[in-house]
Write a new protein. Structure first.
Length: 341
């Protein structure tokens, strides 16, 4: 069964082909980072217009790379939400229109479910059940994953998510857009010179709170203005240590509370090398195993959407899929609302 995946939830247009027998055949991606950098963040209208320009050429290129044609496609998966309304509408309308013309079913995919399942695209993927840390954009969540569609929320962010805190701190340090990767790079040159709080580190729950940490960074910045490059690097270092300490501690606590010994980490912050190093060390001490997607699948991409759609198709026969091709988008969509196929 060949599934075409379309991702357009924010500032990246992703297309992929996943075969349920052969695996991932091809994927292409266009990022709008350079376009939005001029404005210091994502401009929704510009994002939508760029998706319109990119989605068809990327689909054609993906088919060419996989040596497949439109007629080979058995189903089309697309991101229905959450995300930017206009951006989601581009991918959704394209997917439903193409599916109608090919007389194939569609599968609407939750963006975070795509991230959650991305590590399963790798060799030797973990078996269910496992604990998942989702650190993508405005989301920092710990989930218990028992099967496709069976997700139990263990902990959530109470205010700023880890990714938001990275971006806002990078802005305070004048690192440009996107801020998270720039901050992580700068932190490599820093040392343990400052001390920042570790919010909720000692709490017994699995929730996160990073808004206060960002405020502490602001106080530190104001105390040392004008910032030289060394001070910036030392602040970036301590900020990254604080965030990764909290994420690591909460992940290990989630494993102990659930009695599980497998953890997967997904989303953009999951690419952070310091976080991976800490999680690997902590998991080894706790006799647990951690799985990650390859770096190119930590950020938004079509491969995770095609895969999530394929997994849902395998759990529900083709004949049970919606055929009307009417559509809507869900800019706000709680992952816990998903059901088993």
């Amino acid at each position: 069964m060949l599934v075409l995946g379309i991702e357009s939830s924010c500032d990246e247009t992703g297309v992929a082909l996943y075969d349920t027998h052969l695996g991932l055949l091809a994927h292409t991606l266009h990022t709008q980072v350079e376009m939005h950098a001029e404005y210091g963040g994502v401009v929704p209208e510009l994002a939508s217009r760029d998706h319109i320009r990119r989605v068809l050429p990327l689909t054609e290129k993906t088919l060419q790379l996989a040596n497949r044609t439109l007629q080979d496609i058995d189903a089309i998966a697309y991101t229905q939400g959450p995300g930017l309304s206009g951006a989601l509408l581009v991918g959704t309308s394209f997917a439903e229109s193409l599916a109608f013309s090919l007389s194939v079913p569609t599968i609407s995919v939750h963006h975070l479910e795509g991230h959650l399942l991305a590590p399963l695209l790798e060799e030797n993927p973990p078996n269910f059940p496992f604990v998942a840390l989702l650190v993508s954009g405005g989301h920092s969540q710990l989930m218990r994953v028992d099967s496709i569609g069976q997700y139990t929320l263990l902990g959530d962010t109470l205010d700023d998510a880890a990714g938001e805190a990275f971006d806002k701190t990078a802005k305070l340090l004048n690192l440009g857009y996107p801020g998270g990767p720039a901050l992580s790079t700068l932190a490599l040159n820093g040392i343990a010179r400052f001390t920042l709080p570790r919010p909720l580190l000692k709490s017994d729950d699995l929730n996160f709170s990073f808004s206060g940490l960002k405020t502490s960074v602001l106080t530190l910045v104001n105390q040392h203005e004008p910032l030289d490059e060394k001070t910036k690097a030392d602040i970036a270092y301590e900020f990254q240590e604080a965030v990764t300490d909290v994420l690591t501690k909460k992940c290990m606590l989630a494993l102990r509370q659930t009695g599980l010994n497998k953890l997967i980490v997904s989303g953009g912050v999951g690419a952070n090398t310091r976080l991976r190093a800490k999680l690997n060390a902590a998991a080894q001490r706790q006799s647990c195993h951690v799985s990650y997607p390859r770096l190119e699948f930590c950020t938004d991409n079509g491969a995770m959407i095609a895969f999530a759609g394929a997994m849902r198709l395998k759990s529900a026969p083709l004949g049970h899929q919606e055929q009307s091709h009417s559509f809507s988008v869900r800019p706000r969509w709680n992952l816990s609302e998903l059901k088993t196929p």
